[in-house]
Design a protein around this ligand. Structure first.
Ligand code: NI
Length: 256
């Protein structure tokens, strides 16, 4: 007895309904949570230093398109406190295997610092495409945006970093010391804070793999390989798969 063939669907739309061959036209943001980028002692050191830092209106550093939506405070990028803390965070990032695997950074904007107190927010926007590194003749293409939380969730209400994609709005509020990486191409906002203060560090990464989908595949493969090596150390298949990882990386990389 022959299996019943699916009835041929008429029209493109119908086909698409039965056979969703491609999801690439849909946008689902790959977000990666990286826990404990900073130790609690480092978080406290940042918080104490930031108490003595000057804060200026965040609007001053926004482009003309986003400035009207931006209502928060920032430490000037060239202030010695910002620069010292920035260095500390960059050192921590370099040592963080999960960050390196997820971001595959070629360069990054030194981390900056922002604060939202009651009534402050950042309306929906897409981050600027290219950012200038302060004091250096260097530009960074913003492939990935990053937020490193410095306030604990119980210290404030509201203030969720909310990323919008085809699955809807995804609000994010992480423990102090944790970081979220998300595509800079996404529309996102920070909800109004209604109590306390939300203090965070933020920065952008230019990745060696520009395409979010390809970078996501490498991250999945690299993560699975690390788990595989832990479960079955020295298995020869790991060497072959590591070769596949590196050869795909070589194919897709752009180190400029
Ligand atoms: Ni943004």
């Amino acid at each position: 007895m022959r299996a019943r063939q699916p009835r041929a669907a008429s029209g493109r739309g119908r086909n698409a309904e039965y056979y969703p061959l491609s999801t690439r036209s849909r946008f689902t943001a790959m977000m990666v949570r990286i826990p404990n980028v900073l130790t609690q002692a480092q978080v406290q050191a940042c918080r104490q230093a930031l108490e003595t830092a000057p804060w200026i209106e965040g609007k001053l550093t926004a482009g003309s398109l986003t400035a009207p939506r931006k209502n928060n405070m920032q430490v000037p990028a060239n202030h010695p406190i910002a620069r010292r803390l920035s260095e500390m965070i960059m050192e921590a990032l370099k040592k963080n295997a999960m960050f390196m695997r997820a971001a595959l950074p070629v360069r990054l904007i030194p981390p900056l610092f922002n604060r939202y107190t009651p009534g402050e927010y950042y309306g929906p926007h897409v981050d600027a495409t290219v950012q200038q590194v302060w004091g250096v003749n260097d530009r960074v293409r913003t492939d990935l945006s990053a937020t490193l939380f410095l306030s604990a969730p119980e210290e404030y209400d509201g203030g969720e970093l909310t990323i919008t994609d085809d699955l809807g709005e995804r609000p994010i509020k992480l423990p102090a010391g944790d970081l979220v990486l998300y595509p800079a191409t996404s529309i996102h906002h920070v909800s109004p804070v209604t109590r306390g203060a939300r203090i965070a560090s933020f920065f952008w990464v230019q990745s060696m793999v520009r395409d979010d989908n390809l970078r996501g595949l490498l991250f999945e493969l690299g993560t699975a390989l690390a788990q595989f090596e832990e479960a079955v150390p020295g298995n020869p298949a790991i060497t072959k798969l590591t070769g596949v990882y590196f050869n795909l990386f070589r194919l897709w990389t752009d180190t400029n």
